[in-house]
Design a protein around this ligand. Structure first.
Ligand code: TSU
Length: 297
């Protein structure tokens, strides 16, 4: 089984046609087809179905591609690691961040990292636990910086606590309940959840439960922290968000904080990584900068 063929299969899946993949890989379509056929013979299973519009994966192909993705990503990391150990600081670091880290720690950490290792390519995306676990499992993420509940973190992931993020209840300015002082006053409102039930959005569900209130009403799920402030400012829905994000958005988006007397559970932000996948020296170094600036907040 050749690494190049696995890379080609990933490319075919991404672009959906042998012709477009051949172009992208600077090879001919017959050469690409032959390589895939050789792999199919080796596996005794068809991986692709040729259709009039291009190609799609068979059931075998869908199962196989998950492992192919992991193998290709790990082989890239193996190359990066050896190059970095030999003093050539190149390669790539891919990770996800939650808004609290993105606002409070990452700008300085990334600036220091880029100054130290200008040739390492950094890829960062938004993401919260538990959704980000899939990215670490399929190899597309080296690590994730996110709030989580320690007892919810799956056993295949390793976690390091970085700092505590305060969570606040947020409504639009002028909301009829903006002066509420107790959770029970909010029980008829609908909530926009970001990453619940096992993620940081679960804080409000927990608070309602622990004060023996009926389950908090669900308005919608929103995994985009770019979209969330706008939704809250245009509706009577409530949400929870990290204090750092509220402070950043409140003025321009017309938001207000509802300060109830019952405390919400603060969230611990972790650096999560896979147990069985050692980080490259560059990823370790970026986490060191994150740790450094997290301690200085
Ligand atoms: S954070 O992980 O502290 O950024 C966070 C995200 C989402 C919610 C609270 C806290 C709802």
């Amino acid at each position: 089984m050749k690494l190049q063929t696995l890379q080609a299969l990933l490319c075919i899946e991404a672009v959906g046609s042998l012709r477009a993949a051949a172009q992208q890989l600077h090879t001919s379509q017959p050469a690409l087809s032959a390589a895939i056929q050789q792999l199919e013979t080796e596996l005794c299973a068809p991986l692709l179905v040729r259709t009039r519009r291009g190609v799609t994966l068979t059931t075998f192909g869908q199962a196989f591609i998950k492992r192919a993705r992991l193998i290709v990503a790990e082989s890239q990391r193996a190359h990066d690691e050896i190059r970095q150990l030999r003093g050539h600081w190149e390669g790539q670091v891919s990770f996800s961040t939650s808004p609290a880290v993105g606002l409070q720690v990452l700008p300085k950490a990334l600036a220091s990292f880029a100054h130290e290792f200008p040739k390492v390519t950094v890829r960062v995306r938004d993401g919260l636990f538990p959704a980000v676990a899939a990215g670490m499992r399929d190899g597309s993420l080296d690590f994730a910086l996110t709030a989580a509940n320690r007892h919810d973190i799956d056993e295949d992931l390793e976690c390091e606590a970085l700092f505590v993020s305060e969570v606040v209840i947020v409504a639009r300015k002028g909301h009829p309940l903006s002066h509420a002082r107790h959770l029970h006053e909010l029980q008829d409102c609908a909530w926009v959840y970001s990453s619940a039930p096992r993620g940081p959005g679960a804080v409000i569900e927990e608070a309602f439960r622990s004060h023996a209130l009926p389950p908090a009403k669900f308005a919608m799920a929103c995994e985009s922290f770019l979209v969330l402030p706008g939704i809250i400012s245009q509706t009577d829905w409530l949400t929870t968000m990290p204090l750092a994000m509220y402070e950043r958005n409140a003025l321009q988006d017309g938001l207000c904080r509802i300060e109830v007397e019952e405390p919400l559970r603060n969230l611990t932000i972790y650096a999560l990584r896979r147990h069985d996948m050692p980080l490259t020296p560059a990823s370790e170094s970026l986490i060191r900068w994150v740790r450094h600036f997290a301690a200085q907040r």
